[in-house]
Design a protein around this ligand. Structure first.
Ligand SMILES: C[S@@+](CC[C@H](N)C(=O)[O-])C[C@H]1O[C@@H](n2cnc3c(N)ncnc32)[C@H](O)[C@@H]1O
Length: 228
């Protein structure tokens, strides 16, 4: 059984440590800071600035604490004309009593929305607000076969050192096939092998500055015209 230990990261926001993998859910340099930098600024805000899409479809690998989902909701609220369908895969959902102890609930406005995201049913689409829906799927990414078209993927699996099987060429090809042309995948990881496997899957990959404590992160873009 997984034991979740609450840890305070350097920006004051909590994260969890998964006892089986001995791995934290976020950077210990700053959980909220990392999520904002990697997924919101380099992913969502980048996509909004680059495209005219008004109804954005996002896939997240690893729902975890729901922090990325909440920050996405919080960001989109500032754009009246935009809405989001957020889909997220999670093999090991975190119990609500653990989530309720995280200090995000004191740090964020509208903490009821984060709780609601956790309380809603799995496997169905839940309309949280007019602008934001969430579909949580309790599935193993390794077994997932469905093909859909997203505009943005938050690739937030545990690190390749702990879960190398989730950072394979095969998985990245799956991610590529699940993106619209010009779709974007962002990840905190900047490992050379990950970058090369993303490129081998067809992505154009950018190394961009990482959040505090990490020199670089990766942003991968699916080209409009796919080279055969
Ligand atoms: C780095 S954490 C994600 C943090 C999360 N995005 C957040 O904001 O809290 C990685 C997540 O991937 C999940 N996970 C691990 N193996 C998985 C698998 N095979 N398929 C789907 N999810 C998996 C873990 O349970 C964990 O919640």
């Amino acid at each position: 059984m997984i034991n979740f230990e609450i840890i305070k990261s350097n920006d004051g926001s909590d994260t969890l440590r998964n006892s089986i993998l001995d791995e934290t859910y976020h950077s210990t340099h700053g959980a909220i800071q990392e999520a904002m930098h990697v997924f919101i600024d380099a992913g969502l805000q980048y996509l909004i600035a680059q495209t005219q899409i008004e109804h954005i479809k996002i896939l997240e690998i690893g729902f975890g604490t729901g922090l990325n989902a909440f920050l996405t909701f919080d960001t989109i609220e500032k754009f009246e004309n935009l809405s989001i369908d957020y889909e997220t895969y999670e093999k090991y959902p975190i119990p609500l009593d653990v989530i309720s102890k995280l200090n995000y609930l004191q740090k964020i406005n509208q903490s009821d929305i984060l709780l609601k995201m956790h309380q809603t049913d799995w496997e169905i689409k839940n309309q949280i607000t007019k602008q934001f829906s969430i579909t949580k799927k309790q599935i193993d990414l390794l077994e997932h076969q469905e093909k859909k078209c997203f505009h943005l993927i938050y690739f937030d699996a545990f690190s390749p050192n702990k879960q190398p099987e989730l950072w394979s060429l095969e998985i990245f090809k799956k991610m590529f096939d699940n993106l619209e042309p010009n779709g974007v995948l962002v990840t905190y990881c900047a490992k050379g092998q990950v970058r090369r496997d993303l490129q081998a899957s067809g992505f154009r990959v950018e190394r961009i500055p990482g959040p505090p404590g990490k020199r670089e992160m990766l942003r991968a873009i699916k080209p409009e015209i796919i080279q055969q």
